[in-house]
Write a protein that binds this ligand. Sequence first.
Ligand SMILES: Cc1cc2nc3c(=O)[nH]c(=O)nc-3n(C[C@H](O)[C@H](O)[C@H](O)COP(=O)(O)OP(=O)(O)OC[C@H]3O[C@@H](n4cnc5c(N)ncnc54)[C@H](O)[C@@H]3O)c2cc1C
Length: 469
Amino acid sequence: MAEHPSPHWDVVVVGGGNAALCAALSAAESGARVLMLESAPEPWRGGNSVHTRNIRCMHEAPEDVLTGAYTEEEFWQDLLQVTAGKTNEALARQVVRASAQCRTWMRRHGVHFQPSLSGTLHLSRTNAFFMGGGKALVNAYYRSAARLGVTVLYEHVVDRLEWSEGRMVAVHAGSQRHPCASVVLACGGFESNIDWQREAWGQNAWGEWTADNFRIRGTRYNMGTMLAHLMEAGADTVGDPTQAHCVAVDARAPLYDGGIATRVDCVSLGIMVNQDAQRFDDEGKDFWPKRYAVWGRLVAAQRGQIGYAIIDAKARGRFMPAVFAPEQADSLEELALRLNLSAQALTRTVSDYNAACRVGTFDHAVLDDCHTEGLTPPKTHWARPLDTPPYFGYRLCPGITFTYLGLQVDAQAAVSMQGRPAHNLFAAGEIMAGNVLGQGYTAGVGMTIGTVFGCIAGTQAARAARSSA
Ligand SMILES: Cc1cc2nc3c(=O)[nH]c(=O)nc-3n(C[C@H](O)[C@H](O)[C@H](O)COP(=O)(O)OP(=O)(O)OC[C@H]3O[C@@H](n4cnc5c(N)ncnc54)[C@H](O)[C@@H]3O)c2cc1C
């Protein structure tokens, strides 16, 4: 019996997380017939987006769940600072400006917001939290997509695009061919692909494969299949394969999907040491939202890719509790023993640190005046002696959130192919986040980039489909 030919879609969206859903919803709102192909089975749909909690938004005055004002300039300066200038200013400002409106659109599709959670993240002014977290957001979008007639196929790993005369004409998932007028790639980075990570990070000075001790904080399905395919097909890329959002997570975290619960947020309240019990960076340089994504990389550079966060009783209750309990001891010697560190080296490091602390008025909510003097590396804020038992220690390893190597896009989210924007191929979310994030991170901007560019990509893909009809 002859097989039925696949229908001809206006827009095929590759992926099943936030960026894909924003693209699918926007394309459907523009009147397009939309197919979404998600590689994960339905219970695991939604990619890294299910793990999220908030989105960073500019606003000129207090809004429902956002305090104060967070202007375009301040948001842009934050991005400029964390990326050390490795960002495309035009695209970054486009994201920042559009972030002012995106919550109205999100609400229309069933997303609810709540005030920021307490803890070390200092986010009440800048970030709006999703009621029920990212899982609730993703589920709301899937419901809205169903209402708008979007077709979703799960367990469909898209592995190539088909081109004809410079235009993309179909999407292939294994043996299936889906003809279409335009495509949005919103299928994440390559963070889940351990072989690619290994190749990118290579071996360190101790002969270790740096990526061997990585944990992938989110989905196992972001294998970078389409990123690799597009790179082979001549797409222009941005970013470097070792740049990623990379935080320090509890070393007991699972290889995939440990999520937010394995992150350890106490670093700025104590000290961080390596296997030799030596400090290696300023734990109090800036607020945690601008620094938490630095520590994974710093730990990755240490022998064994392991770090140890050490705090005392004064830090208890001041940070979001992690899912795993820390090692606890009544003396630093005993704590060192439990963490397999040299007791002599750890007590020496702590006594040098304690002696260097100049304690003013401790306030974890501001860049306070508690700092060290004459210590290398310094601790610039929140420096208080570790002198109050019990002491606590967490073993931490690098936790990759998402990679920054991505497809170069323009303001319409069109993928750049050898210097020219593709007619009918668009990208959104992690797969193009490197245009804005060349390095570093500030909390909540992943969802901002995915939401803003997802909506642009969906609208533009629908327009491209109309103009080709
Ligand atoms: C633990 C954790 C917490 C986070 N918290 C926040 C936060 O609070 N705020 C914030 O802004 N960001 C946060 N992030 C980052 C955020 O998750 C990402 O920036 C954002 O979700 C990216 O959305 P996306 O749609 O591009 O990717 P994803 O949500 O990862 O979606 C990619 C999708 O593509 C699918 N896919 C992959 N390859 C293929 C293929 N070949 N064919 C078909 N489908 C494919 C995957 O199955 C997946 O559904 C967090 C990430 C993690 C892991």
